[in-house]
Design a protein around this ligand. Structure first.
Ligand SMILES: C[S@@+](CC[C@H](N)C(=O)[O-])C[C@H]1O[C@@H](n2cnc3c(N)ncnc32)[C@H](O)[C@@H]1O
Length: 266
C-alpha cells in the first residue's frame, strides 16, 4: 500500500478517535456550571475544553513541567526570548495566559516602574492569572479577546506566546491584524509559536499525530508564515528565527523603517 495513503488513513483515524474521546461542546456546556463557559468561543469549548476551559483539568495542567513536556524541553529558551525583550519599566501586553510561572517572571521583569497587562478569554485562565499576579500591583489581568482588546495603552511589547496555533485561521488573521494595529511606533510585537519542522526532525512525526488528534488549527502554521495572516505585511518590518529544527519560531514585528528585516534558523 502507498505510504501516503497509510499516513492519511492513520491521521483520519486519530481525528475520529479524538472526536469520540472528548465531549462535544453542547454536552460540556450542558453539564458544567455556566460561569466557566459564558462567552467562551466555540472553538475553545469544542477543541480545548479539557485543556483551558474546564476548571478541573486546567487546575491540574497549570504547571511548568507540563509546558516543558509539551515543548520537548524548549520552554526555557523560548521563554527567554520573550523575557530578554523586556526591560524594566516597559509596558507589556501578553495576549493570552500560559501555564506555569511565565506570567510571574514577566511581571517581575517589567517591575514596579512598568505595566504588565495579561488578557485571556476564558474565566478559569483569568482566575489562574489573577492568583499568580496578586503580588504584582503593576500587573492587570483582564478577560478579553486578543483579537479585539483595546486598553488605549501604547505598549512597548505585545506578546502572543503559543496562541496562534490554537485558533482557527480566520481568528489568526484577526489577532495578527489587531496586534499590529495596536503597535505604536517603536513598539514590538513578538509571536512565539509552532512552525514547520524540517523533514529530518524526529518530533515532526509526533507533532503530526498530536495535531491530527488534538490540535486541528496548528497545522496551518506548517503551511503559512505568520506574516501571511497580516492584511498589510508591507507596513511592518519582520524578523524571524526558527528553533529545534524548524519546529518553533519567534517573529518580531515593528512598524516599517524601524527595524531591519532578516531571517535566521537554528
Ligand atoms: C496561549 S495558548 C497556549 C499556551 C501554552 N500551550 C500553555 O502552556 O499554556 C492558551 C490560552 O489561550 C487562550 N485563548 C484562546 N483563544 C483566545 C483569544 N481569542 N483571546 C485570548 N485568549 C485566548 C486560552 O483560554 C488559553 O488560556
Amino acid at each position: 500500500m502507498d505510504i501516503k495513503v497509510k499516513d492519511e488513513t492513520l491521521l483520519a483515524l486519530l481525528r475520529s478517535e479524538r472526536r469520540a474521546a472528548f465531549e462535544p461542546a453542547s454536552q460540556s456546556r450542558g453539564r458544567a456550571p455556566h460561569r466557566w463557559y459564558d462567552g467562551v468561543p466555540d472553538y475553545l469549548v469544542d477543541v480545548y475544553n479539557w485543556a483551558y476551559v474546564d476548571p478541573t483539568w486546567a487546575g491540574w495542567l497549570d504547571r511548568r513541567m507540563v509546558v516543558r513536556l509539551l515543548l520537548f524541553g524548549n520552554d526555557a529558551r523560548l521563554m527567554r526570548l520573550y523575557l530578554d525583550a523586556i526591560r524594566p519599566g516597559m509596558k507589556v501586553w501578553q495576549v493570552a495566559h500560559v501555564y506555569g510561572d511565565l506570567v510571574q517572571r514577566v511581571a517581575a521583569r517589567v517591575g514596579p516602574g512598568g505595566e504588565f497587562h495579561l488578557t485571556d478569554i476564558t474565566p478559569i485562565q483569568i482566575e489562574h492569572g489573577r492568583n499568580k499576579l496578586a503580588d504584582f500591583p503593576w500587573a492587570k489581568v483582564t478577560r478579553a479577546d486578543a483579537a479585539t482588546y483595546d486598553s488605549g495603552t501604547d505598549y512597548d511589547l505585545i506578546c502572543s506566546f503559543f496562541l496562534l496555533h490554537e485558533v482557527p485561521d480566520e481568528i489568526k488573521r484577526q489577532i495578527v491584524d489587531h496586534l499590529l494595529e495596536c503597535l505604536p511606533p517603536g513598539g514590538t510585537a513578538l509571536f512565539v509559536d509552532y512552525h514547520r519542522p524540517a523533514w529530518w526532525q524526529p518530533v515532526r512525526w509526533i507533532l503530526k499525530g498530536v495535531n491530527a488528534w488534538l490540535e486541528p488549527f496548528a497545522d496551518a502554521l506548517w503551511r503559512h508564515e505568520i506574516r501571511d495572516y497580516a492584511s498589510h505585511p508591507e507596513r511592518f518590518a519582520w524578523r524571524q528565527r526558527t528553533f529545534f529544527g524548524g519546529t518553533y519560531q519567534a517573529v518580531w514585528v515593528e512598524r516599517s523603517g524601524l527595524c531591519a528585516p532578516s531571517a535566521a534558523s537554528g
